[in-house]
Design a protein around this ligand. Sequence first.
Ligand code: DAS
Length: 353
Amino acid sequence: MSLKASRFLALLLLVALPAAAQQPLPNVVILATGGTIAGTGATSTTTVGYTAAKIGVEALIDAVPELKKVANVKGEQVMQIASENMNNEAWLKLAKRVNALLAQPDVDGVVITHGTDTIEETAYFLDLVVKSDKPVVVVGAMRPSTAISADGPINLYNAVILAGSKDAIGKGVLVCLNDQINAAREVTKSNTATADTFRTPELGFLGYMQDNKAHFYRESTRRHTAKSEFDVSQLDKLPQVDIVYGYANANRVAVDAFVAAGAKGIVNAGVGDGSLADPVKAALIDARKKGVLVVRSARAGNGIVARNGEVNDDQTDFVVSDTLTAQKARILLMLALTKTTDTKEIQRIFYSY
Ligand code: DAS
């Protein structure tokens, strides 16, 4: 090859290489709902007693200029609430917006900023109704935006990287705070105040965020998102399902009150392996006879609630929650009741999701 030709080839490579190295940035939409991540406190050391849901989505994005290096980001303010006030209507609105965005070919992933109190519930609801394999990442913060070492900015930065990551495709809805990646089905808020509060106690994290990259080590074996049979696109409300908490000396008042108020389903967070005090069991049997669906969960929060273990579920026509906590079982039962009231079919659903 002549000197001239080899110089031309070297020049070509110099120009071509950097371009090839610069993959196009992913398009990520941030849907803001409120919470501490959007919270403000009176001073930089106020980490309790602050006001949640004060700062808008554009301010959240502007506070992290590094986002521009990792994704093309757009923001929408879907609502502005502290998440203890999250409800079924808000979930339906959020789910419909997420599905509309993910159906767009120019959207690669969605991040939802959210209060930490009910992140685990919103994430699981979306895990069951999002009709796409594209990443959906729910993120929050344990310190308000005005606090020293506020965790919101780095959590938002990591969430956007994760939502734009090809490795996150098909993993289901993810909850990512404190550099840890959790699956929606099992994640739970385990501490009232610390930055490492989100845990998947026994089944473990899916992976970690480190050095601007998602690192996955496992994935869920249960149905979710694109493989889910649930569709809320035509729904504007969900069946009323309530939770009764088990404890020593429990009585039947709460069960009877929920039935009288028209609950279509009751989840019992039982002691031990979903055990029921006699008065509670009698009340739940009466409820079932009136057509209310009953699911036995466990306040322990981990482990399998065994069918026909502490209660003869075949005889009482109850359903068991498998390993779902009561707050997650409530969500799955609500969605199951949009499709069927057959307890065998509902038990199949609890063993599938
Ligand atoms: N009240 C809490 C909430 O909105 C604040 C937070 O931790 O995000 O869930």
